[in-house]
Ligand binder design. Structure first.
Ligand code: ARG
Length: 463
């Protein structure tokens, strides 16, 4: 036990101050100071409401609102001395307000608790992050869209099992990510709509006997409405979990493209050249250009999804309403948000600056019998073979080409006819990769015209 005096904000019933370790485990000011702007916005809205409802005098409310701006500018300019003894951002701000304006500061906490205060602050903070994530996603979509527009008809191998499957177009591959990111964006938008309710006025857990106006504070803070159940409002963090889930799925998408960049930029593939801005060298091997940023983006999903799991575990056993466990929500979300935004920005830069190697892409597109399916489809269309039989005939031809070390179009017509007598010279019209991709005109398919249509649709949507 230290013999410090008890806490100035809640210490009325305590004779002694907390142990130093107690202070250390209890304090959140080290991280929740990031919510200072939200805390002060919430308090200013609360004070205005207290005056409008006659709970506070106009002059006290005005002094409080003015004083809070002073405190905010002190914090923003780095002239604020945060105190661990004052636990968190809420009490740090209020204590400083007392020093700035004196007695009226003590009236701010009327009809309010730190429980609805922190729930409000954190919702505001998470809401900002949802908006930032959506903006970041849109910027990345634009970068992919540029790549797709430039290379709508550049052929490259499409893979399944990372084995050459069928030729696709560069633009088609880029647009796949535009679609994924579009869903990521709409997930954040859905979550934002659901969470945009104001907990302020729920007080500690049961509401308050003061004649407050919750609609007024909700409106002032940009919420659509007040939350409808005070117990729920102070005790759930599902909005933060939704943020983390949306962030996890988005980071997973980023990670998949990061992995492709790592593969594509390798000496074995050489599909893309990463710009110098997004590559690093090796301290021992002078020839190396390492895709570190892509690798780090690939790793970010680990910590972001880790935050999601951690907060889920924090919440799962808590009886209603508030428990201090919930203070552990913030660091997880802060860390996830910082890293999601960093990953989005880095990916946007890399995608914007990377150069596709068209020659290597095209060469790889034709390798590995990538037009075998086109041959089988032709046998069905031109000769009326059942697909299973066409598959078998094609397999035999692939085996023949493989044995000779040549590609399908290099087999002569007689060779083909030795496997199936009905084959005509028309078959060569579908065997090249350009023919292959151009033929895949089904909606959403890889044909350059389909890709251009996708690009046009998205350009309009992102305008
Ligand atoms: N720092 C606390 C948190 O982040 C604020 C709420 C404290 N409420 C309480 N009843 N002790 O959760």
């Amino acid at each position: 036990m230290t013999d410090k005096t008890s806490n100035q904000m809640w210490g009325g019933r305590f004779a002694a101050g907390p142990d130093a370790i107690m202070e250390a485990i209890n304090a959140s000011i080290g991280f929740d100071q990031r919510m200072a702007a939200q805390d002060i916005a919430g308090s200013r809205a609360h004070a205005a409401m207290l005056a409008a409802t006659g709970i506070l005098s106009d002059s006290d409310a005005a002094a409080i609102r003015e004083g809070l701006l002073t405190v905010l500018s002190e914090i923003e300019t780095g002239h604020f001395a945060f105190s661990t003894a004052l636990e968190d951002i809420h009490m740090n701000v209020e204590a400083r307000l007392k020093e700035v304006i004196g007695e009226p500061a003590g009236r701010l906490h009327t009809a309010r608790s730190r429980n609805d205060q922190v729930a409000t602050d954190f919702r505001l903070w998470v809401r900002d992050q949802m908006d930032a994530a959506m903006d970041g996603i849109t910027a990345l979509q634009r970068a992919f869209l540029e790549q797709a527009a430039a290379g709508a008809d550049w052929v490259m191998p499409g893979f399944t099992h990372l084995q050459t499957a069928q030729p696709v177009t560069w633009g088609h591959h880029m647009m796949a990510y535009v679609e994924m990111l579009g869903r990521d964006h709409s997930r954040f938008a859905d979550a934002r709509r659901r969470m945009n309710e104001s907990p302020l006025g729920s007080a500690a857990l049961a509401g308050t006997g003061f004649p407050i106006d919750r609609d007024m504070t909700a409106t002032a803070l940009g919420f659509d409405r007040p939350t409808a159940n005070s117990l729920d409002a102070v005790s759930d963090r599902d909005f933060a979990l939704e943020y983390l889930s949306c962030a996890s799925i988005c980071a997973m998408h980023l990670s998949r493209f990061a992995e492709e960049l790592v593969i594509w930029s390798s000496a074995q593939f050489r599909f893309v050249k990463m710009s110098d801005k997004w590559s690093t060298g090796s301290s021992i091997m002078p020839q190396k250009r390492n895709p570190d940023a892509a690798e780090l983006i690939r790793a970010k999903i680990g910590r972001i999804f880790g935050a999601n799991v951690a907060l889920m575990m924090v919440m799962k056993g808590l009886p209603l309403a508030y428990s201090k466990d919930m203070q552990e929500d913030k660091e997880q979300v802060f860390d996830a948000a910082d890293n999601l935004m960093l990953a989005l920005a880095a990916m946007t830069g890399m995608v914007g600056d990377m150069t596709a190697n068209r020659v290597n892409l095209a060469a790889a597109a034709g390798a590995g019998f990538s037009t075998a399916t086109d041959l089988a489809d032709w046998l069905v269309r031109a000769l009326g073979l059942p697909f299973r039989e066409a598959h078998h005939v094609t397999g035999t031809l692939v085996g023949m080409a493989e044995a000779r070390g040549c590609d399908l179009p290099d087999l002569g017509l007689e060779d083909m006819q030795s496997v199936h007598a009905g084959i005509t010279a028309g078959v060569f019209g579908v065997l090249g990769v350009e023919n292959s991709v151009a033929s895949r005109m089904s909606y959403g398919g890889t044909a350059p015209d389909q890709v251009r249509a996708q690009v046009a649709r998205w350009k309009e949507r992102l305008e």
